[in-house]
Ligand binder design. Structure first.
Ligand code: SAH
Length: 363
């Protein structure tokens, strides 16, 4: 039996169908049974593997990006190195190791983590003990910032809407009775269409009946707040995630368990739930807050621009044959279009008055 399923079923029985966003928030964040609250989900033995867990090259190149960007900002004497959803702390550990060659930046930088999972905070503390932890972005220091978020925004709860002849209806989870006297979850639509379609991306509004549209209110509010922070205090950031560059209709909610796709509603709290990041919507919110948005690139193009091929060769030069094969495989996974190379995108954001960041200063 799954205690969270029972809890959610009771909630639905008492209060009516549950919006997908509320389901996702409970499945991921319920204090006792939420997926991120009780376990370390990442790595070979976990449910999924992220870029920093694939290879140290990923964090090293982001470290180089941080050093370069800090120089372009005019090397401020104080800077907050902020990571949203740092997972096991691997990315920041690799960044900080790389920054040893820029001791002035290490001196200037204070590490801040935004994290809600106690299990992952313990992992982060083991790798980056000097960090300061925040439950939300609201308490981040009033300083210039270098901001990193890898596979953070895909974990935030999405709302889903489905088009009918009447309009756009919120998609919810309801209960259907089973023959054995039990119940099962079933998707259903709220009876009335939403009165205000302004919250949906403009270019999905004309999608035909049956189409699904998604929004991520938490992502939007975080992006707007951070956009305002960049404008007020200066700085730059990288948002790296899987998703699409243009808003488009489609149901992208997915569950991953033991490195395989699963039913998102079968076992809440036991599988990772994510949705594609709508980078167009996200970028708009950063811009609304006051940040400057640079053209979206693919992970492959971004890592190539920072020299991943040269870095792989350098590492291979002093590697055993087995290590060398691992480096080649990691390079392939991170950059090949059939792997993470093009599905994963990189959004660069800066303070509005900042010089162009790496990759954008040449014609
Ligand atoms: N960036 C890491 C981990 C990605 S998994 C990596 O690339 O390996 C998503 C991360 O976001 C986890 O650390 C998770 O605990 C965190 N997270 C999810 N929802 C969050 C929220 N609402 N606020 C803060 N952190 C959150």
């Amino acid at each position: 039996m799954n205690p969270l399923s029972d809890m959610i079923a009771t909630l639905i029985a008492n209060q009516g169908p549950l919006a997908i966003s509320d389901y996702m928030a409970l499945a991921l964040g319920h204090p006792q049974h939420g997926y991120y609250m009780k376990q370390v989900p990442l790595g070979e033995k976990g449910d999924f593997t992220t870029a920093p867990e694939i290879s140290q090259m990923f964090g090293e190149l982001i470290g180089i990006w941080c050093a370069d960007t800090w120089q372009r900002m005019g090397a401020p004497a104080e800077i907050a190195l902020v990571e949203l959803g740092p997972g096991r702390g691997t990315l920041m550990e690799d960044i900080l190791r790389t920054l040893k060659v820029v001791p002035e930046l290490l001196e200037a930088a204070e590490v801040h983590f935004v994290e809600t999972s106690p299990a992952l905070m313990a992992e982060q503390r083991a790798r980056v003990p000097q960090a300061t932890w925040h439950a939300s972005i609201e308490s981040l220091p009033e300083k210039p910032v270098l901001l990193i978020a890898n596979e953070f925004f895909d974990a935030l709860p999405i709302r889903q809407f489905q088009r009918t002849e009447q309009g756009w209806h919120e998609r919810c989870l309801g209960l259907v009775p089973q023959e054995n006297g039990g119940w099962d979850f079933a998707l259903q639509l709220a009876p009335d269409p939403i009165p205000n379609t302004a919250l949906l991306p403009l270019n999905v509004l004309d999608a035909p009946p049956g189409s699904v549209a998604e929004t991520c209110p938490a992502a939007q509010s975080i992006a707007e707040t951070l956009g305002a922070h960049l404008k007020r205090h200066g700085g730059a950031g990288l948002i790296i995630d899987y998703g699409h560059g243009e808003s488009a209709p489609g149901d992208t909610l997915q569950a991953v368990r033991a490195h395989d796709y699963a039913d998102p509603f079968a076992d809440p709290g036991e599988a990772d739930l994510t949705a594609h990041v709508d980078f167009a919507a996200l970028a708009q919110c950063f811009a609304k807050g006051g940040a400057k948005i640079w053209p979206l690139t693919t992970q492959s193009a971004f890592l190539s621009m920072l020299g991943i091929i040269q870095r792989a060769k350098k590492l291979q030069a002093s590697a055993t044959p087995a290590q060398s094969r691992d480096i080649k495989a990691a390079l392939h996974r991170l950059t090949d279009p059939g792997e993470m190379g093009t599905l994963f995108k990189v959004l660069t954001i800066t303070a509005p008055d900042m010089a162009p960041p790496a990759g954008f200063d040449r014609a």
